[in-house]
Design a protein. Structure first.
Length: 480
């Protein structure tokens, strides 16, 4: 596979960043002018990078397709085929307890012994620097141990780590060491290819990579083109293999959406408080996740040392069982299937949007409460992605608020989707695009409400996190 070259002699590296130490020490030669968009496109090294991004999209998306297909089949077997084989109409209320116990027992040796510890902890977001290739097997094993058995997490974070790690194999280790600026670009392209369709559209994946990078000008061009290429190629592979094999990848989608109209003043009057409520719930779940993380692996930021390996393993199992307990509580309290509160939430989200009248307000509130608790515990202890369950939590709370005078189920659903995605990702543009993609043909009419909701959720979420961060040192000091 070709590698990007250093470009013509005397040309500057388009991915190089300014030296932060410039201006200190002995005088240095005059710095070259900042690269222009035209200059970046004409750089031979960058054109080679685009070629690699397009090529790595094929193997990365193939690996992602088979991973998601296998995960979906295992999930179907655990939660539908096995209960049916045992003569049960559906998974009983106690089903999550042994399932999550098994998940914890499988995960414990991975997070304590395997290189990479099964990937980053979900409460930390979607991950930091690209995962080294040697950690990919552990990431895959951890995800397959957790997600099919009912962990309240999504596949997006493991897929992104897997995609980044596999993409880095396209460049020799010596090359990566010589040009470290290639690593984040190739990693982002690989991640975009791996998640190209699980959000319902390759555009969502590309926008997420771009907005998360926070770049502009020529630096943005360095990232946007590889991500768009890799995401487009990945979506093509996902679509083709899904058609040829008949396997489902469980993408986040709404097969049937309640018809939405143009938002009226009542939608904004009630929609903004609902957005605030959704944001508070999601941030509270993340706060619980941070507490659980400190319990399972320690938290240097709060001076909590990591526990011994044996205690980490035991606490991981205990947290997995606690997740199962939250799911079982939902089934006991509502008389509904525990599968609705388990797993990532793609299937339940589609069911809820297709027939919201089949859910009582009490059931929706219990789903919000129990799934948030399970999600928060899983965020700090298990392995997976944080976004998918949060979207279902926001949708459930939004639909529960639908009967408010002047709001309606359709607007409540739209507000819940946008607010939950924004509060958990802290990416308002990506969240608006994702919510619009989920709402389908009615999205243009809902865009004003989605945009205002995303901005409101972002501001409220950041203010809440700021308050929490200011109070945490004081609380820790008093505890000490």
């Amino acid at each position: 596979m070709p590698e990007p070259s250093d470009g013509p002699s005397g040309s500057e590296d388009p991915t190089a960043r300014p030296d932060p130490t410039a201006g200190t020490g002995p005088p240095s030669p005059p710095a070259q002018a900042a690269p222009t968009l035209h200059g970046v496109l004409r750089t031979k090294g960058y054109l080679g990078l685009l070629v690699i991004s397009a090529l790595v999209g094929v193997p990365v998306s193939l690996a992602a397709f088979w991973f998601v297909g296998l995960e979906h089949q295992l999930q179907h077997w655990v939660w539908e085929s096995l209960p049916d084989a045992l003569g049960l109409d559906r998974a009983p209320w106690w089903w999550p307890l042994p399932a999550l116990l098994l998940a914890g027992l499988l995960l414990a040796p991975i997070v304590t012994r395997v290189p990479g510890r099964g990937g980053h902890i979900p409460v930390d977001g979607l991950g930091g620097p690209p995962a080294p290739p040697r950690t990919v097997p552990g990431v895959v094993l951890a995800a397959l141990a957790c997600l099919p058995l009912g962990a309240v997490l999504g596949p997006e974070a493991p897929l992104m780590a897997m995609g980044a790690g596999l993409a880095l194999l396209a460049v020799r280790p010596s090359r990566r060491a010589a040009r470290p600026q290639l690593v984040p670009v190739l990693g982002a392209a690989g991640s975009a290819a791996a998640i190209s369709t699980i959000f319902g559209s390759p555009l969502v994946a590309a926008v997420m990579m771009i907005e998360a990078a926070g770049l502009g000008g020529p630096q943005l061009l360095l990232l946007i083109m590889p991500c768009l290429l890799a995401s487009g190629v990945g979506a093509l592979v996902f679509t083709g293999f899904g058609h040829w094999t008949g396997l489902s990848v469980g993408a986040l989608s709404l097969p049937s959406e309640p018809p939405a109209g143009i938002p009226d003043p009542g939608d904004f009057l009630w929609g903004l408080p609902v957005a605030v409520a959704v944001t508070v719930v999601c941030v509270s779940g993340q706060l619980l996740g941070h507490r659980v993380k400190a319990f399972t692996v320690g938290d240097p930021g709060r001076a909590v040392p990591p526990p011994p390996i044996r205690q980490t393993a035991l606490r991981t199992v205990l947290c997995a069982v606690a997740v199962g307990g939250c799911i079982a509580a939902y089934a006991l309290l509502t008389g509904r299937s525990p599968e609705e509160a388990a797993l990532s939430g793609q299937a339940t989200l589609g069911t809820l949007a297709a027939n919201p009248a089949a859910w009582s307000v009490f059931a929706l509130l219990m789903l919000t409460l129990c799934k948030t608790a399970a999600w928060g515990i899983a965020l700090g202890s298990l392995r997976g992605g944080p976004i998918f369950p949060a979207v279902l939590i926001g949708a459930a709370l939004g639909v529960a608020c639908g009967p408010l005078p002047g709001l309606g189920v359709e607007s409540g659903l739209a507000v819940g989707l946008a607010a939950a995605a924004t509060s958990v990702t802290r990416l308002p543009v990506t969240s608006t695009v994702l919510a619009a993609e989920l709402l389908g043909p009615d999205a243009p009419d809902s865009l004003p409400l989605l945009l205002v909701t995303a901005v409101t959720s972002f501001v409220v979420g950041e203010l809440l996190r700021g308050q929490i961060e200011r109070r945490t040192p004081t609380a820790d000091a008093r505890a000490g």
